[in-house]
Design a protein around this ligand. Structure first.
Ligand SMILES: Cc1ncc(C[n+]2csc(CCOP(=O)(O)OP(=O)(O)O)c2C)c(N)n1
Ligand SMILES: [Mg+2]
Length: 891
């Protein structure tokens, strides 16, 4: 074999490559891109068949997805849009700087919006459709970009200078602005909370799917509305952000557009200093089946890429890691020339004719309106899959020395006079040097070209965004028929509260008025709760219908999927299910449809696991019912430590607009849900419900007369003693499945120990606690007036004897009302880790069964001196209680 010198070999290689590329160019010109793609596919198969190992990559080169040839001209006035964007930039920065001058430490972010301004402005001027258009878009704004959204609203005349002045000072007179998007705080403005990072993208996915659900079920006309979700590149590290991205691809949700602001930085520093976040995200989204559009380079790069016949520049672009790209952003043109272009003399030659200054000014794709416009256009026109736009930007763009591209920029809240002056000059804001120290807001005259243009554009696009309002009509009333059977009890037949709930749900689904509005949501748990009959009754929602023959087709309750199916069977994702709950429970505002979600799940995997999403639901003014199934630390047998929930009611107490109940009987559930629908959908209160339901079966008694009010307020007397004149008296409180234990204790206390006890059902410690504190607060602030008396005090002030409470939840629940009772409360509860055991064993272990209620009652009487302590001792022995067993709270 002839020896070929390495140099010759390289040349031969280059010539061969050249020839292949020339042939490909020929096919491209003669047959078009489709033919090239086909040919490449054939070549790949051929190569594989002949043993060529093809490295897998889900990536495309590090260049814009949309080539210059594919670009459309941008409509509108680029000059005016640039002016407007500069004005928004200035006011956004000014509001943060001023807020922090007035109040040290009040916070706010300049650099997130600074990087995203073009991404938003192109949207506002050309894409985001307001609700008046009939095709209103649903937009999740990146939380930390809020100053820019406020600054635009100010220019549009929707909010005034006082509002900007009071950014982050929400309690100030004249109105303040909330730090981030919070519908609870600004119910006419913000639609969706996003600032707990990761939740926005997740909720956006389920929002897009819910829009399809409403359309497929005929609850909403088919529209071309889009869901836009703006998020940070750092935010994609949150599992919630990427955890559900296969769903929208699977469901072909082309109504969903993610825009990831890839400024390559997060709070502390680079997102992927040693790698490339954009390529990483591209691979993840492409792998999941999304349409990915990369917007990396501004138009100044186009001529260089056009000249890059050998792919040297593309290769160079693709080999730089993000930390290094960040370095270029803070360095001079000379540095970029030396370190980026200088890697190869042929690259250096490419830029020999332009100055360092021009080099420095070459923009990135996310700052170029034409590139962004074309990406959005392609996204809204794309059919068959969701789109993600990966837009490269610089964090703190335009801040110069004050933070552009620097690691500290996320936290930058202050700018000195020099920095402000430079910023003003760069964006051409007419603020004089003399005024710069005050950082004045600037809004051109009402009839200026800028203001008129902004208004015209928004008018053409269907009104201002964001705008939140209640777009639904309240329900006229709640039908009573579905609830009635539950007031009568089960006449001795045993049922669990879960069975009762499922029966009620099934009746509501059949109701001629309410039925279509009910949205049952389950995370792969329908059979656990005995809901499989609903599969057949109303079907499981599947946009595509059922394209296979289910294995159980020949059974009555087969697994029926249908395009107008009503159940959202989400699979094993409480987070996804909760996002559906939010979409359905806010549809009264977003879509003008009063859907009523019922989300039932394993109660342990609710507040404990997805508490932040429940918090966001509260913020979003979500309406609906959360059902914590298989709840109660000792009622759920066998499952053990990770499943047995004795905590969720404690968590629920801290959610301000969550109304929580731990009901024991069928009629309690009926009363609570009936009243809940009334409060939320007739009276339009922004509250949501949490009910725990259990799987222990016992006979459901009829509702005692007059119990309704107490059920809702949190406490009523279920059964009075037949011997009120007895010497030894007690008041026993029970909740949920522990109430039957308390009733049993009452009987034994009366027959064996001559203690006459009344039994109270405590349906909600949370409601009693809130009412007690509300009264106390009012009394503190109104010292001269007749004091208000908490409901629990009013109800129990005359009640004689000792007070004992037992529930399947932590003791803090019952402890929380102690101060409003006439005497101290003895509390039995289930603090501690659960155990795999049967129900009786668990109640013994946690000390909440009827025997402990008896002992606790006798001990309280002994403590008060009305009973000899030896009786307590005898009871402990008689009931086989081991007085020296370890404390379950810590064992
Ligand atoms: C769940 C959660 N964790 C932490 C934060 C605090 N935080 C706010 S912004 C931020 C960095 C954001 O970086 P990125 O997503 O890249 O957005 P950028 O500002 O760069 O556009 C962090 C850590 C938060 N808001 N939410
Ligand atoms: Mg970032």
């Amino acid at each position: 074999m002839r020896n070929i010198a390495p140099k010759d070999a390289a040349e031969l290689d280059a010539t061969e490559t050249r020839e292949w590329l020339d042939s490909l160019d020929y096919v491209l010109q003669s047959g078009g891109p489709g033919k090239v793609a086909r040919l490449l596919r054939e070549l790949t198969i051929h190569a594989r068949q002949n043993g060529v190992k093809m490295p897998f990559t889900a990536n495309t080169p590090y260049i814009n997805t949309i080539s210059v040839d594919e670009q459309s001209l941008m409509p509108g006035s680029p000059d005016l849009e640039r002016r407007i964007k500069s004005l928004v930039r200035w006011n956004a920065a000014a509001m943060v700087v001023r807020a922090n001058k007035a109040e040290e430490g009040i916070g706010g972010h300049i650099s997130t919006y600074a990087s995203a301004a073009t991404l938003y402005e192109v949207g506002f001027n050309h894409f985001f459709r307001g609700h008046e258009s009939g095709d209103g878009d649903v937009i999740f704004f990146q939380g930390h970009a809020s100053p820019g959204i406020y600054a635009r609203a100010y220019l549009e005349g929707r909010i005034d200078e006082t509002h900007l002045e009071n950014f982050r000072r929400e309690t100030k007179a004249g109105g303040g602005l909330s730090s981030y998007p919070h519908p609870w705080l600004m119910p006419d403005f913000w639609e969706f909370p996003t600032v707990s990072m990761g939740l926005g993208p997740l909720m956006a996915i389920y929002q897009a799917r819910f829009m399809r659900y409403l359309e497929d079920r005929g609850l909403k006309a088919h529209t071309d509305s889009k869901v836009w979700a703006f998020l940070g590149d750092g935010e994609t590290d949150e599992p919630e952000a990427l955890g559900a991205i296969t769903l929208p691809a699977r469901e072909k949700l082309d109504n969903l557009i993610f825009v990831v602001n890839c400024n390559l930085q997060r709070l502390d520093g680079p997102v992927r200093g040693n790698g490339q976040i954009i390529q990483e995200l591209e691979a993840a989204f492409r792998g999941a089946g999304w349409n990915v559009i990369k917007v990396l380079w501004g138009r100044e790069w186009d001529p260089f890429l056009a000249k890059d016949r050998d792919g040297l520049l593309v290769k160079r672009m693709g080999e730089i890691v993000d930390g290094q790209y960040q370095k270029y952003a803070v360095e001079s043109g000379a540095y970029v020339r030396e370190h980026f272009w200088g890697a190869d003399p042929r690259l250096l030659e490419m830029v020999s004719h332009i100055s360092d200054d021009q080099l420095k000014k070459m923009t990135l794709g996310g700052h170029d309106p034409i590139k962004v416009y074309n990406a959005y256009k392609a996204a809204v026109e794309h059919k068959g899959s969701p789109t993600v736009i990966l837009a490269r930007t610089i964090k703190g763009y335009g801040l110069g020395e004050a933070g552009e591209g620097k690691n500290i920029t996320h936290q930058q809240k202050k700018m000195n006079e020099d920095e402000l002056r430079a910023f003003r000059t760069r964006f051409g804001i007419p603020v004089s040097d003399a005024d710069i120290g005050h950082t004045p807001f600037y809004r051109p005259a009402e009839d200026s070209l800028e203001i008129r243009y902004m208004r015209q554009r928004r008018e053409a696009l269907g009104g201002y965004v964001p705008t939140r309002k209640n777009r639904s009509q309240p329900l006229a009333s709640v039908p009573s028929e579905p609830f009635e059977e539950f007031y009568k009890g089960t006449e001795g037949r045993k049922a669990s509260t879960t069975m009762v709930f499922v029966r009620l749900l099934s009746k509501l689904l059949r109701d001629k008025d309410l039925g279509r509005l009910v949205v049952p949501i389950v995370p792969d748990e329908a059979r656990t709760f005995g809901m499989e009959a609903l599969f057949r009754q109303v079907g499981i929602y599947a946009h595509s219908g059922q394209v296979y023959e289910p294995v159980d087709m020949d059974t009555l309750l087969y697994y029926k999927e249908a395009s107008d199916g009503q159940i959202l069977e989400e699979g094993i994702t409480e987070a996804g299910s909760m996002s559906s709950f939010v979409a359905a429970g806010t549809a009264y505002a977003t879509h003008g449809v009063n859907t009523i979600p019922f989300f039932i799940y394993y109660s342990m995997f609710g507040f404990q696991r997805i508490g932040d999403l429940i918090w966001a639901a509260g913020d979003s003014r979500t309406r609906g019912f959360l059902l914590g199934g298989t709840s109660g630390r000792t009622t759920l047998a066998g499952e053990g430590l990770q499943h047995q929930d004795g905590n969720s009611h404690l968590f629920a107490m801290a959610y301000p607009n969550c109304v929580a109940y731990d009901p024991a009987f069928a009629y309690e559930i009926a009363v609570i849900i009936h009243d809940g629908i009334r409060r939320m959908y007739v009276d339009q209160e922004s509250i949501f419900y949490y009910l725990t339901v259990m799987n222990e079966q016992y006979a459901m008694p009829p509702m005692p007369d007059g119990a309704q009010e107490g059920i809702l307020k949190g406490l009523y007397r279920f059964r009075a003693t037949s011997n009120p004149g007895a010497k030894l008296r007690a008041q026993l409180f029970g909740s949920g499945a522990i109430l039957p234990e308390v009733i049993k204790a009452q009987e034994i206390l009366e027959s064996k120990y001559n203690v006459a006890a009344d039994v109270w059902s405590v349906t909600s410690y949370t409601e009693l606690y809130r009412d007690g504190h509300a009264a106390e607060r009012w009394n503190m602030l109104h010292p001269g007036e007749t004091p208000r008396v908490p409901y629990v005090t009013q109800t129990l002030k005359e009640a004689p004897g000792v007070l004992v409470a037992a529930s399947d939840y932590v003791k803090a629940m019952a402890d929380s009302i102690d101060r409003w009772l006439p005497r101290p409360l003895t509390v039995l509860g289930t603090d501690g880790f659960g155990r795999s055991e049967n129900r009786a064993g668990l109640r013994e272990f946690f000390e909440v069964d009827y025997r402990y209620v008896i002992v606790a009652t006798l001990a309280a009487l002994a403590r008060d001196g009305t009973l000899d302590p030896s009786v307590v001792d005898q009871a402990i022995k008689a009931h086989n209680i081991n007085a020296d067993k370890p404390n379950p709270a810590i064992s």
